[in-house]
Structures are given as C-alpha cells and as structure tokens.
Design a protein around this ligand. Structure first.
Ligand SMILES: [Zn+2]
Length: 178
C-alpha cells in the first residue's frame, strides 16, 4: 500500500488540500460510486465530482462508468491508482529539480544589481540600460552578492535529489486489471 504521507504530498501539491478527504477515503477501496463518496463524506455531489475529475487529470484516481440498469443512467465508480502514486511524485520532484537547476544556472552565470530599497533586481544589461539607477526611487543599483542564493538553491536541489532516491514503488498484491 502506498503510504498516507506520500499520498498527502501528491494530492496537496497537485490538486490541493480540499481533495485529501476523498483520496484518503478511497485508499484501500475499490469501485466506490460517486454517490457513496458524497454520502459517506457528507459532501455535495457536484463538489465530489469536481474533485474526482481533478484527481483523474493527474492520474491519482481511476474510474469506470457503468449503466445503472434500474435507473437507466450512468454511474462512475472510483478507486485509487495506488501504484501510480510514487511515479507521479517522482515526476513532480524531477520537475522541481529541473526548475531549480535552471535558476541556479542563471544565478551563477549572471551578475545581479539590486536597489537598496529593494524596488528592483536587474541583470547587468538591464541595470546598465538604467544607468545603474533605480527607476522607482532613484537610488544607485548595487552589485548583489548572490552567494547565499546560490548556496540555498544548491541545498534545495540536494534535498530534492535525496527525496527522489528514497521513493519506493508500491509493492504487494497486484490488483487484477480489467
Ligand atoms: Zn529603488
């Protein structure tokens, strides 16, 4: 089973905390109708559907539509895509690392100029165009020591990479695919 902790991270980051109740409710369950979810969680059906489809977009949940023979309409039955969760999280972290690397590259390869009143931060070209004067307050733009930013980005990247290493696949009984 996927850990609740991992599940929470994925849902919070991709869909939002409002989806947590539904996703955690579906953990370990199979083929639960949207009406049952709404009833059990005391939510409005349109709210439930909205969240279910948002989770579906990220492949966190899966569903099947079945015709209700008595009523003649279609009902969706939902379940958690357990095995996908670690992969979804991995992708999420990899994208973050990629963005941080791009930022790091920019920080390392550019000199930034800063207004002492913190109105603007500009790269060399932009600062030169402004005659090294802040267009907002008229103060002189000073070369910024961005070593701390660089250190911070490096440590963030390292942290994420360690977390990436620690992601484990969901093991256990493979559910029958239909
Ligand atoms: Zn300024």
């Amino acid at each position: 089973m996927v850990s609740t902790d991992l599940l929470k991270k994925v849902v919070n980051e991709l869909v939002g905390p409002e989806a947590l109740d539904i996703v955690l409710y579906l953990k370990g369950k199979e083929k639960i109708s949207e009406f049952k979810i709404a009833k059990d969680l005391k939510m409005e059906i349109h709210q439930v559907r909205n969240i279910l489809y948002r989770c579906l977009r990220y492949n966190i949940l899966r569903f099947r539509r079945k015709k209700d023979k008595a009523k003649g309409w279609y009902i969706s039955y939902w379940g958690l895509n357990e095995r996908e969760i670690p992969f979804i999280y991995k992708k999420l972290l990899e994208e973050k690392v990629q963005k941080l690397r791009e930022r790091l590259e920019r920080e390392e390869g550019t000199h930034f100029y800063l207004c002492r009143n913190a109105c603007i931060r500009a790269d060399f070209e932009t600062a030169a165009d402004l005659n090294f004067t802040c267009p907002e307050c008229g103060e002189i733009l000073e070369l910024q020591d961005n070593r701390r930013t660089i250190e911070f980005l490096k440590s963030q990247i390292k942290k994420l990479e360690e977390e990436l290493e620690s992601i484990e696949p969901v093991t256990g009984r493979r559910k029958r695919k239909k």
